[in-house]
Design a protein. Sequence first.
Length: 482
Amino acid sequence: MFILSDPLLDMRFSDYGIQIPIRDQRAQAVLEHISRAWAGPSSCVLNLRTAADLLGIPDEDRGIHREDLERVHDTPFVEALFSEKLEAELIKTYELIDERGQPRRYRPDLAVRPLSALFDTILNQVWGTYLACRLAIESSPSAGPGPTNTGPGFAYFLGGGMHHARRDSGSGFCLVNDIMIAVKRLMAEGKVSSAWIIDLDAHKGDGTAELAAGDTSIHTLSIHMASGWPLDEESLTHAVAGRAPLVPSDVEIPVPSGGEASYVPLLRSGLAELEALSHGRKPDLAIVVDGADPYEKDELPSTADLKLSLKTCVERDRLVYDFLRERHIPSAWLMAGGYGERAWEPPAHFLASIVTPVAAAILEQDGKILIARRAPGQKQAGLWEFPGGKLEAGETPEQCLERELAEELGLKIKVGPFFAENLYSYRSGTIRLMAYRARVLGGQFRLAVHSEIRWVSPLELLQHELSPADVKIARLLAGEPL
């Protein structure tokens, strides 16, 4: 499991005089919330450079290049983006000039950077989407040898989701379509042959539907406002047959105004339909456009037709997450649309809900380390582990370990420094295992959920059949490469 975030991805619209209510601190607010929920910052959070390093991408292959855009967009449009016509394309995409030729949500007199410089940030956003896809597919058990999770790969990118960009133009604040660019590059590299795109944004994923139309290797689902932009009366008046927004997704789920109660059942039915369209063939990757703009606290006026509660937003995401996990489909999630001071809440609460924080004690005595074997009838019966357990509400890892070892082993311990963590995805869910060095202060051994204990040397740890999440910690203690 990975989360991808980077200051290079901040659009900083105000620097260009653009007055759109997108808060650049949204990603930071998400990270702060999950840090609290997961009992501290996690090493699973990567930036663009560390993600590319982890994936072993050569320097010459890093970034998004002109050829990547040309796999998806028309050549004349791409040529315009790499010419003096770029600024005009940005003005059109972000709707900065109205039909009377007057600025709209645009104060160029307040700009501190040239509008054309925004293109570099947009390309970084596309690169982030591509990296999230690579992280998802290459952290799945089928990706190759070595220690892997048993659950499917999962990566959440705090950015991306430019689903309105069309074949020959930008649209709806989306200059290029990062979703399709990432998929087509992955296909060109031979890393995937099929993909699902599941779009949960309040607005129809019309650009993606247009670009994927007729491509049997890509199936699209969009659940969106039935009559909101780009399906409002004015937009439909100017729509052209065979072009966005009239091109349907493979699974099209329009939600009428006031239809919040039917949202989750409609989505559940739509996912079943998406699976049926694939005729039993699982995709190599699912991309989820996880827009927060259906949230009732979103501040964008054009999302007023859909007002989901925070609880329903999380239920929506968990439905899709569990659907993909149960089918063992790797997924890359894009934070996508969300406007205003509270737009961070749906992705943050979703991410907090899918990880269970667990603490483990590395009890040391005379150069040996204590491991305990799970008793028959317990989860992971027969496997050895570093003793510990799940954090209860409001507990620190240290408090958790003191309580768990008293309850399960009858020991009073002193918890020392943090040693290492492992985010591990079982088929049943993901845990964040935090290991701390510790020593015994007193007590008498009493086995509550274990059948036996052993004191072993660091090198002997890996001679035991360990709980899968504990293997990484044991390897680090034994000095073995991961």
